[in-house]
Design a protein around this ligand. Structure first.
Ligand SMILES: Nc1ncnc2c1ncn2[C@@H]1O[C@H](COP(=O)(O)OP(=O)(O)OP(=O)(O)O)[C@@H](O)[C@H]1O
Ligand SMILES: Cc1cn([C@H]2C[C@H](O)[C@@H](COP(=O)(O)O)O2)c(=O)[nH]c1=O
Length: 202
């Protein structure tokens, strides 16, 4: 008789810009595949139709805050229904670079109510099985990504990133959350995340 495949895990990696999310998502998905697990490396904004529009808007001209929020939600609904849920149901782990915690953080920094953003998203997007919060001091993060623009912009950017960092840390007591100090080497962080992921998988 065919044994039913176990549901995959939704493994989300969040943190402010420069904390090493993209590097760690790739390393974790590769490491899981190398030990025979099915793992999809994925990201938001997604590579679907609305995600593509959002990525283009970041270089070609931003939407108004309301239109941008609507587009993030359209992207997430499409991504959850067409990619994330089918993959999890097929037994594939989804290792995701940003998710609705980024909406709470960045659109929260744009003036939207963080608790309302969370409620809206949790009404249609499944909670993660593991949420890695890559945590780093804003100055160190800015150093990694390089500061852009004049001094006034830099102050604005610092304030917005500090707000985002605080929002990410505000969910640290959820059972699925794991706060990761992102100041050590890429390899040290990878080893810690892989160990924690394997503890959930097995
Ligand atoms: N632990 C680390 N120590 C030092 N440098 C790192 C570390 N992790 C990542 N970096 C470097 O920091 C930069 C940003 O890394 P990465 O793109 O993985 O971060 P990110 O969180 O995805 O950033 P963004 O959100 O801006 O896309 C890269 O140059 C990367 O090599
Ligand atoms: C999912 C999501 C993302 N954002 C913002 C955060 C970043 O500025 C960009 C994505 O850039 P990355 O370097 O490719 O991670 O999008 C957002 O404002 N709201 C969201 O929900």
């Amino acid at each position: 008789m065919d044994e039913q495949k176990k549901r995959g895990l939704l493994i989300v990696v969040e943190g402010i810009d420069g904390t090493g999310k993209s590097s760690q998502v790739k390393m974790l998905a590769d490491a899981l595949r190398s030990i025979g697990e099915d793992a999809l490396q994925d990201r938001e904004p997604s590579d679907g139709p609305f995600g593509k529009i959002l990525r283009a808007s970041m270089t070609e001209g931003r939407f108004s805050p309301d239109a941008e929020l609507e587009m993030f939600h359209k992207d997430r609904r499409q991504h959850v229904n067409d990619v994330i849920l089918p993959a999890l149901e097929a037994g594939t782990h989804v290792v995701l670079d940003r998710y609705y915690f980024s909406t709470m953080a960045y659109q929260g920094a744009n003036g939207f109510d963080v608790a309302e953003l969370r409620e809206t998203n949790e009404s249609f997007a499944p909670a993660p099985d593991i949420l890695f919060i890559l945590d780093l001091d804003v100055d160190q993060a800015l150093e990694r990504i390089g500061t852009r623009g004049d001094e006034a912009n830099e102050f604005e950017q610092r304030d917005a990133l500090q707000f985002c960092r605080d929002v990410f840390l505000s969910v640290k007591d959820e059972s699925y959350a794991r706060v990761i100090d992102s100041s050590p080497s890429i390899e040290t962080i990878h080893a810690e995340m892989l160990k924690l992921a394997l503890a959930e998988i097995h």
